[in-house]
Design a protein around this ligand. Structure first.
Ligand code: ADP
Length: 321
């Protein structure tokens, strides 16, 4: 009987549990033995594997975080660490590994595949949506909805006090969380690393809104832009005289029950990974293009350049005139 294993690695993202569940249940459905690895590559090196059953992934679909836990592993960055990981896989006679994680986890998977000949399928698990080869990553939609709900709450209180609020959101070097939440939340201005930051235009727009009788302004700042939230708030205050507050949303964006969209994405991708292993396909990165689940050679997937969604930035600017 074929044996496969699944692990989550790097930063956690809502929907990772749905992906684990899909891998485990599809594997069992296909007659495989499926093992769960605790704490990502760290657990792999230490042989922390346990056999999963249909019921061991019951009741996790709706939960954020990851039941298998996740970690960053310094040891896995070394050749020796990766060799140990391969030995563990051999000890458990595992011939296919599914890795759920971001860019770093994918790079680790590629090394394991190229150096040690391990067959690895990767699923993009990160809230940042910063991977070029896939339209969307698992966890992104939930993070956007979390920010959206924060915007609604902040809008109520900002409007009561005639206040301008700078909301700082996650995404590392990618502005997608800011852009999607800003556009759908009706923010007055969105600042992302992929587009030029024009503070003059930002202040002009705020003042124009006030002249039109607007009671408040919401500015969404992606964490990856050069100007800090404090500098931005100070500049807005200096140039407009408006009371300007900063809200840093931080780790709340990582948690929460995954949205239907993230659960669907994770379920379809987990299924695809197991089908590819079953078909004897060699190391691949699973993604989504349009509404189709796709698979690229791992190496090629990591070389894709991200296309910033600049047309959405234009739309956000038009709709917030
Ligand atoms: P994410 O997967 O969310 O991007 P990290 O960048 O922290 O998170 O990567 C997760 C883990 O993947 C790292 O702790 C390390 O063990 C492994 N990893 C990252 N980059 C490499 C690499 N170039 N070679 C080998 N392993 C890597």
């Amino acid at each position: 009987m074929r044996k496969i294993a699944v692990l989550t690695s790097g930063g956690d993202a809502p929907g990772m549990n749905a992906a684990i569940r899909a891998v485990v249940r599809t594997g069992i459905y296909e007659g495989m033995e499926v093992y769960g690895v605790e704490k990502g590559y760290e657990g792999l090196i230490d042989g922390e594997l346990r056999q999963m059953t249909v019921s061991s992934v019951g009741g996790i679909l709706h939960r954020g975080g990851t039941e298998l836990r996740t970690a960053r592993s310094e040891r896995f960055m070394t050749e020796e660490g990766r060799k140990r990981a391969k030995t563990m896989l051999e000890t458990f006679q595992i011939d296919g590994l599914v890795v759920i994680g971001g860019d770093g986890s994918m790079r680790g998977a590629l090394e394991l595949s190229e150096e040690c000949g391990v067959n690895v399928m990767t699923l993009p698990g990160t809230i940042d949506n910063d991977l070029g080869y896939t339209d969307f990553t698992i966890g992104f939609d939930t993070a956007v909805n979390t920010v959206l709900s924060a915007i609604s709450n902040i809008r109520d209180t900002s409007s009561a006090h005639d206040r301008t609020t700078v909301i700082e959101v996650m995404g590392r070097h990618c502005g997608d969380i800011a852009l999607y939440a800003g556009l759908t939340g009706g923010a007055e201005y969105v600042l992302i690393p992929e587009a030029p930051v024009d503070v003059n235009e930002l202040c002009r727009k705020i003042l124009q809104g006030i002249n039109r009788g607007k009671k408040h302004s919401i500015i969404i700042r992606a964490e990856g832009i050069d100007i800090t939230s404090q500098e931005l708030a100070d500049t807005i205050h200096d140039r407009t005289g408006l009371d300007t507050k900063i809200v840093v949303l931080g780790y709340i964006q990582r948690g929460g029950s995954p949205t239907a969209r993230d659960r669907m994405l994770a379920s379809r991708m987990g299924y695809k990974a197991v089908q590819l292993l079953k078909a004897g396909s060699s190391s691949k990165a699973i993604g989504i293009t349009g509404n189709e689940i796709v698979a690229y050679d791992l190496k090629d997937a990591l070389e894709f350049k991200r296309e910033p969604a600049l047309e959405l930035m234009d739309l956000a600017n038009i709709l917030s005139i």
